[in-house]
Design a protein around this ligand. Structure first.
Ligand code: NAP
Length: 292
């Protein structure tokens, strides 16, 4: 009998990787790695071609779910080379290893590949035009993935949060507990994504990823909002008496330019996977139930 092939989850200590680990808990078909190992998570640098090839061969990996990335959008402006190495070269290494071993690759991309000049929901077919180093490296990774000819899918997501790691929800809870008011930008519209929802979607792709070749899908929670709306809803649901004051991006200067509009249309993924996409307020509640 042929041995079942493993699912390799890279970046398993990050937000999304941790949610996949939680969902697949106890499933021996999964293998977890991150840059630094910890417990049952093996150390694997996705940029190390030899180590990646050895890992895929040794564990008979059939699907790679790449949750590893350089995700600090602000810091990336000062470290473009490192960001590019992890987000582009790392993906090229994984794609090459997957091709050689007839494995498929599930790559996670971002709404920051867009410039926000559209004011209706972004489709998978819209042309990337990134504004930041991070966005450029993620767009380049998409191109490298597709050019490699590897089987699998690219899932573009946005504004990821979870009980793990650093994210907007956890920052707002901390600020809300210590400040009477905070300023939050009100002129960037998108949609938050509860990492647990995205993890469920990724598991649904596992049986079909090998039949796709670089196909792009959008996934975030349903409903558009601004960071201000998001912050106000976090304070409301958490019962924190912190006043959220809407400000414009020009009043909150950042190094990395963000798209003013990056709401993703989910029609394609909902139809293909036959799933409903949860409203962002409902998913926020689920995350806060775990955090508070
Ligand atoms: N976070 C968001 O708002 C957001 C939005 C849209 C799309 N995405 C995409 O969604 C995916 C998951 O994001 P996330 O928020 O879960 O990321 P995350 O929490 O930052 O986790 C990424 C993980 O990858 C690890 N890593 C970095 N370089 C590596 C390397 N060379 N080899 C192996 N592992 C490495 C990181 O380790 P260290 O912590 O030690 O560096 C970290 O554990 C990423 O592709 C990201 O670009 C995220």
């Amino acid at each position: 009998m042929q041995k079942k092939r493993k699912v390799l989850v890279t970046g398993a200590l990050g937000q999304l990787g941790s949610e996949i680990r939680r969902l697949a808990d106890g499933n021996g078909d999964f293998l977890y790695t991150d840059y630094l190992g910890s417990g049952d998570i093996l150390a694997l640098d996705i940029c190390d071609a030899e180590a990646v090839a050895a890992c895929i061969a040794e564990y008979n990996v059939g699907t790679i779910v790449n949750c590893a990335a350089y995700t600090n959008v602000e810091k990336a402006e000062d470290e473009p080379e490192l960001c590019r190495r992890i987000n582009c070269e790392g993906v090229a290494v994984l794609a090459d290893a997957a091709l050689r071993n007839k494995a498929s690759l599930i790559q996670i991309s971002t709404d920051f590949v867009f410039d926000g000049s559209k004011n209706i929901p972004y489709l998978e077919t819209d042309t990337p035009s990134p504004l930041s180093v991070y966005g450029r490296t993620k767009a380049e990774a998409e191109t490298a993935f597709i050019a490699s000819g590897v089987k699998g899918v690219i899932i573009r997501t946005a504004w990821l949060y979870s009980p793990y790691g650093k994210n907007f929800v956890k920052t707002m809870l901390n600020l809300g507990a210590t400040r009477s008011s905070i300023n939050v930008v009100n002129d960037q519209t998108g949609s938050p994504t509860y990492a647990a929802d995205l993890a469920e979607v990724i598991l649904k792709f596992l049986p079909i990823a090998g039949r796709k070749k670089g196909e792009i899908y959008n996934y975030s929670n349903e409903g558009a909002c601004s960071w201000y709306d998001f912050a106000a809803e976090i304070m409301r649901q958490a019962g924190l008496p912190c006043q959220v004051i809407p400000v414009s991006s020009s009043e909150y200067p950042q190094k990395a330019v963000r798209p003013s509009y990056s709401y993703l249309d989910k029609t394609k993924i909902a139809a293909e996977l036959k799933i409903g996409v949860p409203q962002w307020q409902d998913s926020l509640q689920k995350c806060l139930d775990r955090l508070i």
